[in-house]
Design a protein around this ligand. Structure first.
Ligand SMILES: Cc1cc2nc3c(=O)[nH]c(=O)nc-3n(C[C@H](O)[C@H](O)[C@H](O)COP(=O)(O)OP(=O)(O)OC[C@H]3O[C@@H](n4cnc5c(N)ncnc54)[C@H](O)[C@@H]3O)c2cc1C
Length: 306
């Protein structure tokens, strides 16, 4: 996403890319930024597994009247598409969207726990990266007096709990179907087997995305290899399960009397057709149970690591 975003600003196709970066005043917090050059795009690299008011500056940025790109989570891009459906300025000025595959946005509880295991609190640190110095790279914290702390990717996602929001459990498009380009990790089996050279999976969903990938490769900014849907599914087992189970989860919400989101054109019924009845029933019952328990954030561990 950094390479594509840098290409977009450097080639003059957009005046800025709307992204997310660490809050300079609070190392675990994130804030949206509109980056105008390659250097600031680079400073916004790295997955920030925490909530952020990603689009709060969008109206002001659109008011500047310049073409922009947005490189964020799928739900951010869904909001952009909904805005574009009714707002001509948004249609005209947001010329490219890039979404990362998103398993969920945890609360900061797991990050606080990571720090606490090292005798630290948020107040002690000036830099925090969930990953990023490498692929996946270790979780990393740096204190104001220069002490550095690291933890394995596994420590964060498998050995300890993190939280997931109920809304992410009924997310119809966690894989960026609505973006011009969607990107994910390219780890066979869905889990890193160590560090790699920084490969990503890229899917162009539109002609805008397809041309951007081709132009970016022609300019020597990225290197593309062909892949296929089997590879995508193998690297994203949790997204395959979610897409298949979603119709059952939404049905549970409907029966429990929740207002039903209107999801069209996302292929949910076709996905549900591949689900065995037992799993379908389990997802239906599990969702009803969660709704009755109040839909709060839920502590989970990744269950597909080797
Ligand atoms: C919340 C979250 C969940 C993820 N879940 C999955 C998953 O299920 N499967 C998978 O394969 N990969 C997942 N990833 C990783 C993601 O797919 C990769 O980071 C993506 O492929 C981009 O990699 P990159 O190296 O090109 O990103 P980089 O070049 O490092 O760029 C990262 C981009 O993401 C933006 N960004 C970072 N954090 C946030 C945030 N919290 N909100 C909005 N935008 C943000 C940055 O602004 C930047 O534009 C997740 C990342 C995040 C932040």
């Amino acid at each position: 996403m950094t390479a594509l975003s840098q290409f977009l600003v450097e080639s003059g196709r957009v005046s800025k890319v709307l992204q997310v970066r660490a809050d300079p005043e609070n190392a675990v917090a994130s804030r949206p930024v509109a980056n105008r050059d390659a250097e600031s795009v680079l400073a916004s690299s790295g997955s920030r597994y925490a909530t952020c008011a990603t689009l709060e500056r969008l109206p002001d940025i659109l008011a500047e009247g310049e073409p922009i790109a947005v490189a964020m989570k799928p739900c951010d891009i869904a909001a952009i598409r909904n805005l574009q459906a009714e707002n001509e300025r948004a249609r005209k000025l947001i010329v490219c969207t890039i979404a990362l595959f998103c398993g969920t946005v945890p609360s900061l509880e797991a990050s606080d726990d990571f720090l606490a295991r090292r005798g630290l609190t948020r107040n002690d640190i000036v830099e925090f990266r969930w990953r990023g110095h490498g692929c996946p790279g270790p979780t990393y914290a740096r204190t104001a007096d220069g002490r550095e702390f690291e933890g394995a990717y596994r420590e964060f996602w498998v050995d300890n709990h993190w939280t997931t929001q109920f809304r992410c459990k009924i997310c119809p498009d966690a894989v960026g179907l609505q973006a011009d380009i969607a990107t994910g990790d390219a780890w066979p089996g869905g889990w890193p087997k160590g560090e790699d050279d920084g490969w990503n999976m890229l899917i162009a969903h539109t002609e805008v995305g397809e041309h951007l990938l081709a132009d970016c490769e022609a300019a020597g900014k990225i290197w593309l290899e062909d892949s296929d849907i089997e590879f995508v599914s193998d690297t994203q087992p949790h997204h395959v399960s979610l897409r298949r189970a979603l119709a059952a989860r939404l049905a549970a919400g409907r029966i429990a009397g929740l207002p039903e989101p209107n999801f069209s054109d996302l292929g949910l019924n076709a996905c549900a057709a591949g689900l065995d009845p037992d799993t379908l029933a389990k997802n239906f019952a599990g969702t009803l149970r969660r709704i009755r328990a109040g839909q709060g954030d839920e502590a989970v561990k990744a269950d597909y690591a080797d």
